[in-house]
Design a protein around this ligand. Structure first.
Ligand SMILES: [Fe+2]
Length: 357
């Protein structure tokens, strides 16, 4: 036996080990989920919410295939489903149809359940509220777009607010869609600075209107859910930027925070949109056993790409000013919720995990 033969025999013996070594090392290079979006699916996920806002029906819709890759149990429109500031309902219907005809969206909506609330540009009036004269007609067109049946309660009520429970593995996730347009009274223009709005005098005005507040109180008090997901088109926590935000009605911020506490509803998380940027805000609230998170995802077709920064004392992580969508992965075993701001090709821009009880 020549040394050469010994070498060959050793090579044959070690070959499977070598292949194994290369396989392991090639896997390792993808360990960081940022490098390999599919690696995240190895994280145990019991329920996935995907959401987003600000979608211009006349622009390319580049994100639907990426959103679908996350295998969402539900897609939530967070407002500005289309851009149709108008009093012409035929024009509004046409614009909804344009979005419905988008091939990628149509394919997505066939596979994934779609819920949603509206913001100002699909409502029909920029920064609009209770004063918009076509809101009843606009509501029916919005519900048509969502394929809400003609005998659904939302067809007869004022406003598009709605709640739905999802029972998964002996746990409930409750999704509560708020209507921040139909009843919202006047905001205060800021004439002293370059900001668009400044906060109303405390206790002046309503964000949700009396009826919707009563409904929300009942939904939260009776909630058996482990997670209560509140969808507000406009941001709840970020309040310094001067655009639309709950902070323009500081008494309404207090009211919602107090209701979340007094209702005993578990693990409330707020989802918002409107801003053409995405960010995660987090606030510790006295005597609430968990931090309140407001996860903003905005800019499905167009984003605030020349965003230069703005203060937000509750922000965690970075602002994303590229086109993006939001993902929430719920793990019932660890009670962790992993929130991701994602974009084209399913790339992760920001990720944050909150542990709940
Ligand atoms: Fe928008």
């Amino acid at each position: 036996m020549t040394p050469f033969n010994i070498g060959i025999r050793k090579m044959n013996y070690f070959k499977p080990l070598l292949i194994l070594f290369f396989l392991i090392s090639s896997c390792k290079s993808n360990e960081n989920p940022k490098n390999n979006p599919h690696a995240l699916k190895e994280i145990k996920t019991d329920f996935v919410i995907a959401f987003g806002s600000c979608n211009n029906q006349t622009l390319a819709n580049p994100l639907w295939t990426a959103i679908e890759k996350n295998k969402p149990n539900v897609w939530i429109w967070g407002g500005d489903v289309i851009y149709t500031d108008t009093y012409d309902m035929a024009y509004m219907a046409e614009n909804y149809q344009k979005q419905k005809n988008n091939a990628d969206y149509a394919a997505f909506a066939k596979k994934v359940e779609v819920l949603g609330t509206w913001d100002d540009h699909d409502y029909g009036l920029n920064d609009g509220g209770v004063e918009y004269s076509k809101k009843e007609e606009a509501q029916q067109l919005f519900l048509d777009f969502l394929d809400v049946s003609k005998n659904d309660a939302r067809r007869k009520q004022e406003g598009v607010y709605f709640a739905k429970d999802y029972s998964v593995n002996n746990k409930i996730i409750k999704i509560i869609l708020l209507d921040t347009r139909y009843f919202r009274t006047a905001l205060t223009a800021d004439n002293e600075t370059k900001k668009r709005f400044k906060p109303n005098v405390y206790s002046e005005g309503t964000m949700l209107g009396e009826m919707q507040w009563e409904w929300l109180k009942t939904e939260l008090k009776n909630s058996k859910a482990s997670y209560n997901i509140l969808v507000s088109s406009i941001q709840f926590l970020a309040g310094e930027h001067g655009f639309e935000t709950w902070a323009n009605m500081p008494h309404e911020v207090d009211k919602l925070e107090n209701l979340i506490k007094s209702s005993g509803a578990k693990n409330a998380i707020i989802l918002s949109g409107d801003r053409h940027i995405s960010e995660i805000s987090k606030k510790e609230i006295d005597s609430l056993t968990y931090p309140l998170i407001d996860f903003t995802s905005s800019g499905l077709t167009h984003s605030y790409s020349d965003f230069k920064g703005e203060p937000n004392k509750y922000r965690i992580g970075n602002v994303v000013s590229k086109k993006s969508f939001g993902i929430l992965n719920f793990n019932f075993k660890t009670n962790a919720v992993t929130m991701e701001i994602k974009g084209e090709n399913n790339v992760i821009y920001e990720t944050y995990t909150q542990n709940y009880q």
